[in-house]
Design a binder for this molecule. Structure first.
Ligand code: AMP
Ligand code: ZN
Length: 431
């Protein structure tokens, strides 16, 4: 029923496992130049750990720590033990490098395979990885997970949608990994090619690597004729395979035998009560080359209360609602890009792509939203378009409390990324 019996381990046994592994992690981390100093300064060692809650005694680790100790400051072993390097996409500042030993890679592949199994993939599935290979962990990380599970794995990479479709049809691909914004675009190409969702072979898509709403997921499911499951991870914690939806599609199980999960208030740094949104903080429990203790992900989410119907005992997090550093403040109002997506993706007139632009007019910041419109609504009736524009602006106002300017554009005219989408453009400097 499960890929690994640990998925349904009783909570008491899981706590014991976490305690043992946290102790081992602290001992191991102390071998790295960074943690040797950090732990000694705080007077902490493996002996400080008697329960998973003791994690709170430890100082947080931030992206700046990784940057300023680049490239080998977090390494706990001889460099000759290393077999792989990945780096974060680094949307803000320099990338951070993550180093893996052989054992790290095997453990990571097993975690990814576990995620795939939990959404119904099995040995014998034909799996196409439509993600950029290279430093991005969504390429090789997902790839080796699928091979670990025993799937015929096609390293298609990102882009060239028509060739992707041909591979999918010729090899009768049953499961895909694809970034959500590209999946939406992929859906519009299928439409254009006259391929009906029910004739599109895959039955499962793993979607992740960037924030997306449940509304976008539903659209992807309809457009591609499959079920789409949320896949969460970050390079600093290996990459994909940290948290994953099961077939219940009600939150992502975070693998607590491999990570300790905390949700904190990003300002006070105190834990927030279960169910409340805060910043996700993660600790690796099985990493050898580069263990990381209490990593501030900057990702905002909440721990979901209660048990999942699937029987797995590992707690669930809600979909990522944004990044702490993604928040826009326009006319004094806090806005997250995902609030905009949530509104747009429920409107049948709206196509698969949009762009949020921040502009400055005099001393005031303004929001402009470019929205691709479905072909059948893109008619030459000015009045019809004007009223659609108003309808979108009105619906957005209900959600974000300010009225943005809305530009309607034709399908395919907004920049389409094959990797993580750039949803927000700050045009203030260029005005
Ligand atoms: P990278 O390490 O460059 O692959 O980027 C990791 C970041 O991508 C995470 O910290 C999140 O901000 C984002 N991310 C990854 N998976 C998801 C997901 N399923 N939903 C929302 N954001 C995600
Ligand atoms: Zn579940």
């Amino acid at each position: 029923m499960y890929f690994d019996p640990v998925e349904a381990l009783e909570r008491d046994a899981l706590a014991q496992l976490q305690t043992d592994r946290l102790r081992a992690t602290v001992e191991r981390a102390a071998k790295s130049p960074f943690y040797a100093k950090r732990l000694a300064e705080a007077g902490l060692s493996a002996a400080s750990v008697t329960s998973p809650e003791d994690i709170r005694k430890f100082p947080l680790t931030g992206k700046d720590d990784l940057r300023s100790n680049y490239p080998y400051g977090f390494l706990t072993c001889d460099r000759r033990e290393l077999v792989r390097l990945h780096a974060s996409s680094g949307t803000t500042g320099n990338p951070t490098a993550v180093l893996y030993t052989r054992k790290d890679l095997d453990q990571w592949a097993a975690l990814v395979a576990r995620c795939m199994y939990s959404v119904g993939m099995r040995k014998g599935d034909v799996f196409q990885n439509i993600a950029g290979y290279g430093l991005f962990t969504g390429g090789l990380g997902i790839h080796y997970g699928a091979e670990w599970l025993g799937c015929l794995t096609i390293p298609a990479g990102a882009g060239n949608t028509k060739r992707q479709i041909k591979l999918i049809q010729d090899f009768e691909v049953t499961a895909l990994h694809i970034i959500p914004s590209y999946a939406l675009y992929f859906g519009s190409v299928l439409e254009k090619e006259g391929i009906r969702p029910e004739d599109f072979p895959p039955r499962i898509a793993l979607i992740g690597a960037e924030p997306h709403t449940d509304e976008a997921r539903k659209r992807i499911e309809q457009l591609l004729g499959l079920r789409a499951f949320n896949s969460y991870g970050l390079s600093e914690m290996n990459g994909p395979g940290v948290a994953f939806e099961c077939t219940e599609q009600s939150g992502m199980h975070i693998w607590e035998d491999a990570y300790i999960v905390e949700v904190i208030d990003p300002v006070t740094l105190e834990p927030v009560p279960e169910g409340q949104v805060g910043e996700l903080v993660l600790t690796t429990l099985t990493r050898e080359g580069m263990p990381i203790i209490r990593y501030r992900t900057r990702d905002l989410t909440r721990l979901l209360p209660g048990q999942c119907a699937c029987g797995r005992t590992h707690r669930r997090i809600d979909r990522i609602s944004g990044r702490a550093d993604d928040m826009l403040i326009i006319k004094g109002v806090n806005i997250y890009p995902m609030q905009v997506e949530q509104v747009l993706m429920t409107m049948p007139e709206v196509g698969q792509n949009y762009l949020i632009i921040i502009e400055r007019e005099g001393y005031l910041d303004q929001l402009r939203i470019k929205v691709e419109i479905q072909d059948e609504y893109f008619v030459e009736d000015m009045r019809g378009l004007r009223s659609l524009q108003e309808k979108i602006a009105h619906k957005l106002h209900d959600e974000i409390l300010i009225t943005p300017r809305v530009d309607l554009v034709q399908r395919g005219t907004l920049p389409q990324s094959e990797g993580k989408a750039k949803r927000v453009v700050d045009a203030r400097e260029t005005n």
